[in-house]
Write a protein that binds this ligand. Structure first.
Ligand SMILES: [Fe+2]
Ligand SMILES: [Fe+2]
Length: 368
């Protein structure tokens, strides 16, 4: 079924065209890779997987409670609007909230796929081109997964949030080769990774848990890629050049914190915009969630060397400066371990089921 039939509001023209900027660069140096980046490329190749086979798409999902997260996670919870809703409308609210979240994921993943391809073109070094080619394939898989979940399990899709779209446009519309990294790998992917993590850890449904666990296993590599490349490059920039990158980060972070909170959902329930804003500001879950979203970005920004007083001040103002102490390596290892462990558990469960089937066949044969 065409996705356009599932959108909650018209999603615009058939395509959104961002003009190409920057050069497509060839390099003639084929033997000058950085060890860490080449190791990451090897890992990217080793860890490819097929979502059709690895994910158990037969698992049932209630479209009206697809993520199985607490109602407190919705900004409307505990307001007069929530009190007025009957169970049917509350189920509808859960469906919209899950659809909005996953729709932003699928649009973001498409952005990541396009950015991955752009980095292949624009980045000067071969090791980074090679790695980004594997990431582009990872992101294609993620687009496939989230769009399948939305189509088959929820049956409702939200258009891209306008601010996420602006940020994608800026990221892709800049001719400097490091800007796709900064906008996508550091900001958008950092944000998405944190959101995936929160939902992976609180969902009570096995299908979204599988999806997020396996997607995060890939994403951990992507953040590492951004860090490795930008850390080297930003060390060579002039103060003025570094300042421009910092401005971009600060503006992007405020934008994501204040304008990427799902206000669109509640307008669809007839709640006027000013009240929606009030609801969002007053919801303890939304506030906590919005600051958790920075748990991967802040340590990464510090790590790549954009750590001036201005940046620190901005994060202090947002109440997320403490997050700079986060250990990205440890988080990445944990994301990978969780995926490996899930594989082992699922394999063991499958073994038990298969053995029980065999035992049953033997028992039936013995008794006949
Ligand atoms: Fe992704
Ligand atoms: Fe990614």
């Amino acid at each position: 079924m065409s996705t356009h039939r599932l959108y909650t509001a018209p999603a615009g023209d058939a395509t959104w065209d961002v003009p190409m900027v920057g050069d497509a660069r060839f390099t003639w140096e084929y033997d000058d890779g950085r060890d860490k980046l080449l190791a990451l490329y090897q890992k990217g190749k080793d860890k490819q997987w097929d979502s059709v086979k690895r994910i158990d798409w037969d698992l049932e999902v209630d479209p009206y409670d697809a993520l199985g997260v607490p109602d407190q996670s919705m900004a409307v919870y505990g307001t007069k609007y929530w009190d007025k809703m009957g169970e049917r409308e509350r189920r509808e609210a859960r469906r919209h909230a899950a659809s909005w979240q996953l729709s932003q994921f699928v649009h973001g993943e498409q952005g990541a796929m396009i950015t991955g391809a752009k980095i292949v073109e624009i980045v000067p070094d071969l090791d980074a081109k090679l790695y980004s080619a594997t990431q582009t394939m990872d992101e294609a898989r993620h687009v496939e997964i989230f769009s399948r979940f939305l189509h088959e399990k929820i049956g409702m899709v939200y258009p891209i949030n306008p601010k996420l779209q602006d940020l994608l446009g800026e990221t892709l519309g800049d001719p400097r080769w490091d800007m796709p990294y900064l906008g996508m790998q550091v900001l958008i992917e950092g944000l998405a990774l944190a959101a995936f993590g929160v939902i992976r850890d609180i969902t009570t449904r096995p299908l979204p848990k599988q999806i997020l666990t396996y997607v995060m296993q890939d994403e951990a590599r992507h953040v590492a890629f951004g860090r490795l490349t930008l850390r080297d490059y930003y060390a060579q920039l002039s103060d003025a050049e570094r300042r421009e990158r910092e401005d971009f980060v600060i503006e992007g972070c405020y934008l994501m914190r204040d304008r990427l909170r799902g206000g669109e959902i509640w307008e669809n329930f007839g709640i006027p915009r000013p009240e929606v804003e009030e609801m969002l500001a007053g919801s303890p879950f939304v506030r906590t969630f919005q600051s958790l979203l920075f748990s991967r970005i802040v340590p990464c920004v510090k790590d790549i060397g954009l750590w001036s007083d201005r940046i620190r001040q901005a994060y202090d103002d947002m109440g997320v400066l403490e997050m700079s102490k986060g250990d990205l390596e440890a988080l990445m290892r944990q994301d990978e371990e969780l995926a490996d462990r899930l594989d082992v558990e699922r394999f063991a469960a499958e073994e038990t089921r298969r053995r029980a089937e065999v035992d049953q066949v033997i028992a039936d044969a013995a008794s006949s």
